[in-house]
Ligand binder design. Structure first.
Ligand code: SF4
Ligand code: SF4
Length: 97
């Protein structure tokens, strides 16, 4: 049987250490509004489209949903896909965090 290539993956994963970290070039970051996010509102595992569509694999399908901002590239796909409009892309220079 042909050996499986472990490096082939449909999704990239954040690497440990500095290798996969986002630098200071990100201009916008996603901020989730828990009063709109479906799993937080319904208190059950539901939706998670942000987790499904994030090309960086940095969204955790948990309640509440968490985004690893060390690796998030600020592409905004999660915000585009969110059916509840619970994710806002906020400019880094206007972010409090
Ligand atoms: S896509 Fe929107 S509503 Fe669904 S889990 Fe993500 S933030 Fe919440
Ligand atoms: S902005 Fe892009 S990289 Fe960051 S969590 Fe959303 S989909 Fe993932």
């Amino acid at each position: 049987m042909e050996k499986r290539d472990e490096n082939i993956s449909a999704m990239c994963r954040p690497a440990v250490g500095e290798a996969g970290r986002t630098g200071d070039w990100r201009t916008v970051r996603p901020v989730i509004d828990p009063t709109r996010c479906i799993p937080a509102v319904k208190r059950k595992s539901a939706c998670f489209l942000c987790w499904l569509y994030c090309p960086e694999g940095v969204v955790k399908a948990t309640i509440p949903v968490e985004i690893d901002l060390d690796y998030c590239k600020g592409c905004g796909i999660c915000a585009e896909e969110c059916p509840a409009k619970a994710i806002q892309m906020v400019r880094e220079d206007q972010s409090d965090e």
